[in-house]
Design a protein around this ligand. Structure first.
Ligand SMILES: *Cc1c(COP(=O)(O)O)cnc(C)c1O
Length: 644
């Protein structure tokens, strides 16, 4: 490591400045912090447990043969989230003297990994916390890991006969499996299959509310939603049940207005609308036991505590209180019994628990690395930019910017017409970026309000691109698809002042494979301050709050596939306070190839045939040919990401 003790910049910088710059306290919520040596720490149990430096986990994983990109899961953090949610509801229920109980379920589509689901069920055992499934594969997984017959399995999504039959297996085993009908035809099939199998079904109906969500998933709710029954269809469903003598099967009323609802007012409105449906149905004699408020409990990804799409203007406690209060309010008004409350929070349970660590291994810079050598007899265009550079001041920023833009444009035009040599074009461009960088330094010292409008774009124009060893399509899908924001912070060197404004690019051959939108307290930032790369020393960035949807939805664009993964448990008996309980190696090259029908044996056989042919034609000596073939075979077992 190079010592920077004599650097005055570093002296004036503390880890508190880093915490403020990256807003760690705001989105970290007591789970993440910076230690005095400038490393990010995780406190999976907040103030009640130990802190673990992420860089230590990265180094230990490396010793076990797992390089970055590395997904770190903090299993204790899952426990903490499950407890936080359940206790928030239980406290609201007792404070408001609510007469139902809380029976939350974890929607496993948000993270289906077995270790994650089992950890959540274990943490939720005392609360009878159950599962929500939305497809046949999820139901098959759910039936096997679910063992607490007091807790629910709620089945959402469109269903065929086999889905329904599989759910009935759960009923035969004494489980409270509730089939939520999305269509009337499903109600008919449920009635028929239940009779054939001689089981008592538990049925839920998903009501289509007029209240529409807010944020990026607003389309999940409202009149034109993909799921749910209109009021008329709900009454028709009740009639089908009554005709079959199965009215008592109707146990749950469900709604879901979409994920990541940033505004609590929208949630309150939806709860009141649904509670009204519940109350009216109860008054008609339907003994519904559960009211299910779906998902939507948001995560404050940007720490702004606002109604921006990547934030939320409420806490988990406020969410629970508002749901309990508004259901009670309407039930009391309509004089019907309080239901048990079910919620299906996924994001709020798992988002915090995983961190993706990626290595930045290079940068693409615009400014010249070496000073530009200026000769006396320079081209007129070069002299123009030079003059601008040398007379630059705070007073002529906008004018200077326009002048150098014009010079650069002109040089491009002349080049296209064949009037300019490559070396002149190169010098104009190099001087352009050098001048722009000097302007940027002047701007940095200005009050933001004084910066001329035209020059504001300079910062993002000048930003370096850090090349990071990961795939946005595998590990950060919602950033690419929806512009969702995630906190990105170096996990070490935070005692040093970061120098460069940067964006991130991944290693896929896709220009969309980049991160160029970052969290900010107001709106979105185009660049992220990062430290200069130092020789061969690895520089690691943490991408935080990625536990919900991201690490499970990724695709194999460019055949990169799954990343290495470690599961960390706190343990006071260990010297460092934790241990890595499980490691899961990322995909090998032969594995991702097999997913696209390239069978390993036939790959090798075909390359061998070509090696044999080359030997016959004397292009290769036999020993060399065999060695190359062995290299190819060995290489198939390598990991897909780059190794340094
Ligand atoms: C996706 C989904 C959820 C989970 O939503 P979160 O916002 O992640 O809590 C819950 N219920 C249903 C029906 C869903 O489709």
């Amino acid at each position: 490591m190079t010592s920077s003790h004599h650097d005055t910049d570093t002296d004036a910088w503390s880890t508190d400045d880093a915490k403020a710059l990256y807003m760690i306290d705001r989105w970290g919520r007591g789970y993440f912090d910076v230690n005095p040596t400038g490393n990010i720490t995780a406190a999976p149990l907040q103030e009640r447990g130990r802190k673990i430096a992420l860089i230590d986990v990265v180094e230990e994983a490396r010793e076990q043969g797992l390089r970055t990109p590395l997904l770190i899961r903090f299993q204790d953090l899952l426990h903490h989230r499950v407890r936080t949610l359940n206790e928030a509801f239980n406290r609201a229920i007792s404070d408001l003297k609510f007469r139902g109980t809380y029976r939350g379920v974890f929607p496993i589509k948000v993270n289906q990994l077995k270790e994650v689901v089992e950890e959540i069920l274990e943490a939720g055992r005392t609360y009878h916390y159950g599962l929500e499934v939305g497809s046949k594969p999820e139901l098959f997984a759910g039936l096997s890991v679910h063992t607490d017959n007091e807790s629910l399995i709620v089945c959402n999504g469109y269903k065929d006969e086999n889905f329904i039959r599989t759910a009935m297996i759960g009923r035969k085993l004494g489980k409270k499996v509730i089939l939520v009908a999305e269509k009337l035809s499903e109600v008919r099939t449920i009635v028929r299959v239940a009779k054939e199998m001689n089981v008592e079904p538990m049925l839920g109906l998903r009501v289509r509310l007029m209240t529409q969500g807010a944020g990026k998933w607003a389309e999940s709710g409202g009149e034109h939603a993909k799921f749910g029954l209109s009021t008329a269809e709900i009454l028709a469903a009740c009639a089908i049940l009554a005709e079959a003598g199965m009215s008592s099967a109707f146990k749950l009323l469900h709604f879901h207005i979409g994920s990541q609802v940033p505004d609590i007012l929208v949630i309150k409105r939806a709860v009141r609308e649904a509670a009204r449906h519940y109350a009216k149905l109860r008054k008609m004699g339907h003994r519904i036991e559960y009211m299910d408020v779906g998902g939507g409990l948001a995560i404050d990804y940007d720490g702004s505590r606002s109604t921006f799409h990547s934030s939320m203007n409420y806490s988990v406690e406020e969410y629970a209180r508002d749901i309990v209060f508004n259901i009670a309010d309407i039930c009391d008004d309509e004089k019907v019994p309080h239901p048990n409350i079910v919620s299906e929070s996924g994001r709020a349970i798992v988002a915090h628990h995983s961190v993706l660590v990626v290595q930045a291994f290079g940068s693409i810079e615009k400014t010249p690395e070496a000073p530009i050598d200026i000769q006396t007899e320079e081209h007129k265009l070069i002299r123009n930019v030079l003059d601008t550079r040398d007379s630059l001041s705070v007073q002529n920023l906008a004018e200077s910017w326009h002048d150098i833009l014009q010079a650069k444009e002109e040089s491009q035009k002349m080049f296209e017409l064949g009037l300019l040599n490559l070396d002149v074009k190169a010098r104009v461009e190099a001087l352009f970026w050098e001048t722009a960088e000097r302007m940027q330094k002047l701007i940095a010292a200005l009050d933001p309000a004084e910066i001329p409008e035209d020059v504001v774009e300079l910062r993002s124009k000048l930003a370096d691109q850090y090349i990071c060893n990961f795939s946005v399509f595998q590990s950060l899908l919602d950033h690419w698809a929806l512009g969702a924001l995630f906190p990105v912070v170096p996990i070490h060197r935070l005692h040093e002042r970061p120098g460069a404004e940067s964006t991130l690019v991944d290693i896929t051959c896709d220009s969309e494979g980049k991160v160029s939108k970052f969290i900010d307290l107001s709106d979105v930032k185009e660049t992220l301050p990062l430290h200069a790369l130092r020789g061969d020393e690895p520089y690691y960035l943490g991408i935080f709050l990625t536990g919900a949807y991201q690490d499970i939805m990724g695709d194999i664009h460019n055949l990169f596939g799954r990343v290495n993964e470690v599961h960390v448990f706190l343990d006071d008996d260990e010297e460092c306070g934790y241990y890595i309980e499980e490691t899961i190696a990322g995909n090998q090259i032969r594995e991702v190839l097999a997913m696209t029908q390239y069978d390993t044996q036939s790959l090798i056989a075909k390359v061998k045939a070509q090696v044999d042919g080359a030997i016959k034609q004397d292009l290769l000596k036999p020993t060399e040919g065999m060695r190359l073939l062995a290299d190819y075979e060995r290489g198939l077992k390598d990991q897909t990401y780059l190794s340094f």
